[in-house]
Design a protein around this ligand. Structure first.
Ligand code: HEM
Length: 194
C-alpha cells in the first residue's frame, strides 16, 4: 500500500493547476475589457438585456459549433449538458429575436477545444453575478428569459471543468492559451456588433 502511495506522489512534474493560472493571467485583461463592454448594456431593461443576449449569442453560437466540429464530446462526454446555444436561442425567441452568429471563428485543435471551454465554462461565473442584476428588472419579460444565464445552476459545471483541465493529457499549453484569447476576442467582436 505504501509503495502505491509513493508511486502516486512521485508522479508527474507537469502541473495543469499551473495551466489554469496561466489561462487566468493570459486572459485577465481581456476579461476586464469585456466586462466593461458588457456593463454598458442595462440588463434591467428589455432593450439592454436583449442586446446583451444578442452580443453573447453572436459569439457563443459559432464557438459552440466549432467545438462540436472539433469533437468536443470526445473530450467532454457531458457536452450535451454544457452546450448553451439552445438556451440562448430560447431566451432570444421569447424576446422576439432570432439568435445569430455574428463572428467567425477558426477550426480548433484539441488544445483549442480546452482553451475555448475554459472561456465558455468560466462565463458561467459571470452569469451568476449578472442574474442578480436581472433580479432588479421591472420588465417581467427579462426575468422570464434567463435560460442562458441560469443554465447549469447547481450542477457544478465549472468545478468539473477544472478537474478535467487538470486531468487532461499534457498538451500544448500555448495552443490552449491562444484559443482562450481567441474566444475572448470573439466575444469582444460580437459585443461591438450588438
Ligand atoms: C459583465 C459580465 C461579467 C462579469 C460581471 C463577470 C464576472 C466574473 C467573476 C466575478 C468571476 C470570478 C468568479 C469566481 O471566482 O467565483 C469571473 C470569472 C470568469 N469569467 Fe467572467 N464575468 C463576466 C463576463 C464573462 C464573459 C462574457 C466571459 C467569457 C466569455 C467570462 C469569462 C470568465 C472566466 C474564464 C472566468 C474564470 C477565471 C478564472 O480562471 O478564475 N466572464 N467572471
Amino acid at each position: 500500500m505504501l509503495a502505491g502511495a509513493l508511486d502516486v506522489s512521485t508522479g508527474v512534474g507537469h502541473s495543469l493547476t499551473g495551466l489554469r493560472e496561466r489561462l487566468r493571467d493570459a486572459t485577465s485583461a481581456a476579461h476586464r475589457k469585456l466586462d466593461a463592454q458588457l456593463s454598458s448594456f442595462d440588463l434591467t431593461v428589455f432593450s439592454g438585456y436583449r442586446r446583451f443576449l444578442q452580443a453573447s449569442a453572436g459569439a457563443l453560437l459559432p464557438l459552440e459549433a466549432a467545438l462540436v466540429e472539433a469533437g468536443v464530446a470526445r473530450m467532454f462526454p457531458d457536452w450535451p449538458e454544457r452546450a448553451r446555444s439552445h438556451a440562448i436561442a430560447t431566451d432570444l425567441a421569447r424576446l422576439g429575436q432570432d439568435a445569430q452568429a455574428t463572428v467567425s471563428v477558426s477550426p480548433m485543435t484539441p488544445g483549442g477545444v480546452l482553451g475555448t471551454m475554459y472561456v465558455l465554462e468560466g462565463s458561467r461565473l459571470g452569469a451568476k453575478f449578472l442574474l442578480k442584476t436581472i433580479a432588479d428588472a421591472t420588465d417581467s419579460r427579462v426575468a422570464e428569459a434567463t435560460a442562458y444565464l441560469s443554465h447549469g445552476t447547481g450542477k457544478r459545471l465549472w468545478q468539473s471543468f477544472l478537474s478535467k483541465l487538470q486531468s487532461e493529457e499534457p498538451c500544448d499549453e500555448d495552443e490552449v492559451i491562444e484559443a482562450a484569447r481567441a474566444a475572448f476576442a470573439a466575444f469582444e467582436r460580437a459585443a461591438d456588433r450588438a
